[in-house]
Design a protein around this ligand. Structure first.
Ligand code: ZN
Ligand code: ZN
Length: 743
């Protein structure tokens, strides 16, 4: 892009230069040769080889030096059904004085190629070298290339040139500008171009509807469709693709079905693209039955159709059906594997995702690509499967794959979440070009591990590196302040967000801020912040306040926070647990049982605690009170041994951490011992050498009792325990935890 900007600065003499003689001379010349027999052969060529032969012949007989004939040959190379842009470029370079038509041909060909940047570069070259001004056949394509590249400044400059060239009433150019502004995310500007088109054609409508649909404004898209109908503009298949994508965004199945029948009633051509858009709409709206019916009737299917259906089933949790679709695919290319892996990974089934990845490894004919590795690394992160995650890291190196920002971000995230912060930092330092996502992932890693000061330092370094922080970066750095108890730093960053960085604080940032204040016991200040929020507080904001109330034993405010939270999320089990723990802590046992009754009556199910631990590349999962593990007997006797050793050093179980009121004291003690993380720790002590750290991932927040037990075990057994709960990391070593009992 640097090259582009340089060119932009020296931007051309043209708009003010006197209009050069139009190129009728060359056209006249062309007419002279138009009927030459060699030229008629060009249209009959069926591959590049034949074209090259004609090229050679034309060079021999001098026909090539007639501008019209050379242009015709170039067009065949650039825009035929078998385009060869490299060769087209070579032909172009041989033409002594390419005319406007020739320049336009090359610009157009590159605009639709995989290298749209070439289109812009050739346009700039043309401004300096072509004696004619760009015309209405130049702009639509160069603007298209700018849209492809989301080259916002370049595109705006083009708009200005269009204006100066008095081409602002050309509907083709205006349509391309709508597309350009929408692609750059400037929907308001796109709409302004749209409304000012005096004679809109169907493409104008389509561009705007698609722009709205893809830019997360589905309501506006559908409204425009209605308006189009009202103005009696006849929609085509492209219109309907946009409308369906808006339905999919709105999850409006009824409207989607209506659109389907509308398409049939109006006999709009149901080609592959439109059929796929409809499949996508049905699966996104959750009706895989409609999708399957449509799929079965589709005369032509491609990889997109198959994977859409597959993902549709997987999203609904119908994994067997998804698998059946996968197995019946005519060819399972890597995209299909990726669809299967990522749908498991994204629906909280990381184990299944890893199983599919292993299966893929056994197939010799497909190689994992970047998408596969990103999904698999994310599954490893969820499970804490550091062995496999590390293996993928080695694989990336072995394959000589470039550690781009996607892979780097995923690796940093995986290592951080698996408890190996040093490795995460190593990856971070090995990347040469770090974008905002790489920085943010590393800040998140430091935050998770309670290294708030380092996270802030990294944030400042990022600023020095001239990388602009985004909303995610701020969530991560505020989270770091919260975990490390850095109130002043957190508040300063929060206050700078809008004025200094132009990032409007969102609900997540408020939640972090409430957490920061609340944890330090500044509950009034936190409440004040919530009251003055310009946006409605979300469940996470109330959740943060509730958590702080629990920590500081403020029952009254906790009840208020819990009420507000449950209004927004009636099924939030964690809220009940927190409040109940608080009641228990302050000895209000009657309120505990009242709450339990309420939970039973509202049919609320507790999410069962589950902890996983990886031993020699195999992930073992434990539920609360689990005895399904093959080594269960040994695990329980290990637990007994641990209990005895703990008692001997004076440890007393913390009963207030039990939600359930158990009459018998022994039974209560027993239940505490059955928490999944304790089972996992016992298993870790059994199966790992004492020099190997125990790495555990838990799906819920760790309870106070397990936390104290883990601290003691790290001391008594001289071992390191990394425990990741739903909110953060705990690194237990020598009787202490990295969270400093602050979670
Ligand atoms: Zn516990
Ligand atoms: Zn801790």
């Amino acid at each position: 892009m640097a090259a582009l900007n340089n060119h932009l600065i020296t931007l051309p003499r043209h708009p003010h230069a006197p209009t050069p003689k139009p190129s009728f001379l060359t056209v006249n010349n062309g007419r002279h040769f138009a009927n030459h027999p060699t030229l008629s052969l060009i249209d009959q060529c069926i591959d590049t080889k034949q074209l090259k032969q004609i090229h050679a012949q034309m060079l021999r007989n001098g026909l090539f030096f007639d501008p019209y004939s050379a242009s015709k040959l170039l067009t065949a190379f650039a825009l035929s059904s078998f385009p060869s842009l490299d060769y087209a470029q070579q032909v172009f370079d041989q033409i002594p004085q390419p005319n406007l038509y020739t320049w336009n041909t090359l610009i157009r060909a590159y605009a639709s190629s995989s290298e749209p940047i070439q289109s812009l570069l050739i346009f700039l070259q043309m401004l300096h070298q072509c004696p004619e001004l760009p015309n209405k056949f130049t702009y639509p394509f160069v603007i298209k290339a700018a849209a492809e590249l989301e080259a916002s400044r370049f595109g705006r400059a083009l708009h200005g040139m269009v204006f100066k060239a008095s081409l602002v009433s050309d509907v083709f150019i205006l349509n391309s500008l709508i597309h350009f502004y929408a692609a750059c995310g400037c929907l308001d500007l796109a709409y302004r171009v749209f409304v000012n088109i005096p004679m809109k054609d169907v493409v104008s409508w389509n561009s705007m509807i698609t722009g709205f649909a893809q830019g997360d404004c589905p309501d506006e898209a559908l409204e425009l469709f209605r308006q189009m109908e009202a103005e009696n503009v006849i929609p085509n298949d492209v219109t309907m693709v946009g409308v369906l994508s808006a339905c999919a965004k709105k999850l409006d199945l009824e409207f989607g079905r209506w659109v389907h029948s509308y398409i049939e009633r109006n006999q709009i051509n149901m080609g592959l693209t439109l059929s796929n858009a409809m499949l996508d709409m049905y699966t996104k709206c959750g009706s895989v039955a409609d999708a399957t019916r449509l799929f079965d009737r589709m005369p032509e299917k491609d990889i997109v159709s198959w994977t859409t259906l597959l993902v549709g089933y997987a999203k609904l949790g119908e994994y067997d059906a998804a698998r059946r679709v996968f197995d019946s695919m005519p060819n399972q290319d890597i995209a299909a594997w990726n669809a299967l892996i990522s749908s498991y990974e994204q629906s909280g089934k990381p184990r299944e995702a890893l199983a599919i990845f292993n299966e893929l490894q056994l197939r010799k004919n497909v190689e994992p690509d970047e998408v596969t590795l990103v999904s698999t690394l994310s599954a490893c992160a969820q499970l804490g499967a550091i062995d496999l995650g590390g293996w993928i890291h080695v694989y990336i190196k072995k394959q000589g794959m470039k550690l781009n920002r996607h892979l780097a971000t995923s690796l940093i995230d995986m290592y951080s979440k698996c408890g190996d912060l040093e490795k995460a930092l190593e990856v971070f330092h090995s990347v040469d070009t770090r974008d905002v996502f790489v920085w943010s992932a590393m800040i998140a890693g430091l935050a998770m591990h309670g290294r708030g000061g380092d996270a802030i330092d990294l944030f400042l370094k990022m600023k020095e590196d001239k990388v602009t922080p985004n909303a995610v970066t701020f969530t991560n750095v505020l989270c770091a302040c919260s975990h490390a108890g850095l109130v002043d730093e957190g508040r300063a960053l929060f206050n700078q967000m809008g004025p200094v960085y132009g990032v409007v604080p969102g609900v997540k940032h408020y939640a972090c801020m409430v957490d920061i204040l609340g944890r330090k016991g500044r509950l009034d200040e936190a409440m004040e912040l919530i009251k003055n929020m310009p946006i409605a507080p979300s469940a996470s904001v109330w959740g943060a306040l509730l958590g702080a109330c629990r920590l500081h034993g403020n029952v009254e405010l906790a009840e208020q926070a819990c009420r507000c939270l449950l209004e927004l999320e009636p099924q939030n089990h964690g809220a009940y647990v927190l409040l109940s723990n608080l009641y228990a802590k302050s000895g209000k046992w009657d309120k505990v049982s009242g709450l339990r009754k309420l939970m039973r009556d509202s049919g609320l199910k507790k999410e069962p605690g589950c902890s996983s631990i990886e031993v020699n590349g195999v992930v073992h999962e434990f539920l609360v009170g689990d005895n399904s593990h093959p080594l269960s007997k040994k695990i329980y006797s290990k637990l007994d041994e641990i209990a005895a050793r703990l008692k001997s050093v004076g440890y007393v179980p913390n009963k207030s951490h039990l939600l359930q009121l158990v009459e018998e004291e022994d039974a209560k003690e027993q239940a505490l011992y059955l928490h999944s993380e304790k089972l996992a720790i016992a298993f870790g002590l059994l199966s790992l050498g004492s020099s190997q750290p125990i790495r555990i991932v838990k799906n819920l927040r760790v309870c106070g009792d397990c936390h104290s037990v883990a601290k003691l075990i790290s001391q008594l057994y001289d071992t390191e325990i990394f425990l990741r709960d739903r909110y953060r990391f705990h690194h237990f070593k020598g009787g202490h935890c990295s969270c400093m009992d602050y979670w």
